[in-house]
Design a protein around this ligand. Structure first.
Ligand code: PLP
Length: 308
């Protein structure tokens, strides 16, 4: 957006932020530099989307967020889950954005300089922001598919960082992304230390093989989009299950796609040197893609925002 447009649309044109005390413009949203969320990645987060004026599966995201902050032992957040949910709705209403990426995080907070190891003493914090809808893969590329690699960087072991707690330990994902870009691919999938597929750079991975959809059962975030794919596949009578998947199975799949809140269903046309589904998005991937966007008009998934 040009600077002039930003001026015309007001201070919230790029989105709003909750800085721990009040809602401000996203450009003014700051966190204290000594918050342990920033210093030690002692933070969990979640991302929910707003599409055509409604949140998609807001309560599922809030419930996963709750599991994440409870999993980190963040028990002194200043807001209840219900209050945090309302802050997200208020931010989106203030920003007037109809399609939006909405981020929330819970951090350990600021240490007591005299007693930094006393975790009981921390006042945990909640911050959030929203901005225009984010596409991990631009929509124009959904029907062509994108190229992926299986990275040489293994996913951080789940024994070190629990991937079901949505976290900021992105060092492995970023290294894998850089490797993909150096090799001319769009993105990367990571394996665990036993060679099984985990997830990718901000998304879950699916393969379609022998008439069945498969996604990893372990070592990955339990994506809300992943959950939606399971629900939609069931309705469409496409067998789908979570299980172990090897790198060779990914390269030998009939189709591969990725799923995430930031962009939905994203087909893949090539993994390493293996060309999939004739070098374009596969038909089953596109069927799920369509069902996913159609689901954005189902009331049971939606929380409409009142923009007045
Ligand atoms: N895996 C990782 C590492 C992610 O960061 C994300 C989303 O950001 C996902 C999977 C997909 O999760 P969801 O569908 O809930 O957005």
């Amino acid at each position: 957006m040009s600077e002039e447009k930003i001026k015309d649309a007001g201070i919230y044109a790029l989105g709003a932020a909750y800085n721990g005390t009040k809602i401000v413009s996203v450009l003014e949203g700051t966190i204290p530099i000594i918050d342990m969320g920033f210093l030690h990645s002692d933070v969990c987060y979640d991302v929910v989307s707003v599409w055509q004026g409604s949140f998609f599966r807001l309560d599922d995201h809030m419930n996963r967020f709750e599991k994440s902050y409870q999993g980190l032992g963040l028990t002194s957040l200043p807001k209840t889950k219900q209050e945090m949910r309302q802050i997200l709705i208020d931010m989106v209403a203030i920003s007037q954005l109809r399609n939006s990426y909405v981020f929330m995080c819970a951090t350990r907070g600021i240490p007591d300089i005299e007693d930094p190891k006393n975790f009981e003493k921390y006042q945990n914090q909640f911050y959030a922001f929203n901005c225009d809808f984010v596409w991990v893969v631009e929509p124009e590329l959904h029907s062509t598919g994108v190229d992926a690699i299986i990275s040489s960087v293994p996913r951080i072991p789940k024994e070190c960082v629990d991937p079901t707690i949505k976290n900021h330990h992105w060092g492995d994902l970023v290294r894998a992304d850089i490797e993909a870009h150096k090799k001319g691919a769009f993105t990367a999938f990571l394996l665990d230390s036993n060679g099984y597929l985990t997830e990718g750079v901000g998304f879950n991975v699916w393969i379609y093989r022998n008439g069945e959809l498969k996604t990893p059962d372990d070592g990955c975030l339990l994506g809300i989009t992943r959950q939606t794919v399971f629900e939609l596949a069931k309705e469409m009578n496409i067998p789908a299950r979570a299980c172990k998947i090897t790198a060779d199975e990914v390269r030998g799949a009939d189709e591969v796609f990725m799923s995430t809140t930031a962009g939905g269903i994203m087909p893949v046309r090539k993994v390493d040197d293996a060309v999939l589904s004739d070098g374009k998005a596969g038909p089953v991937s596109m069927k799920i893609h369509k069902a996913f966007w159609d689901a954005h008009s189902r009331p049971e998934y939606l929380t409409p925002v009142n923009y007045d």
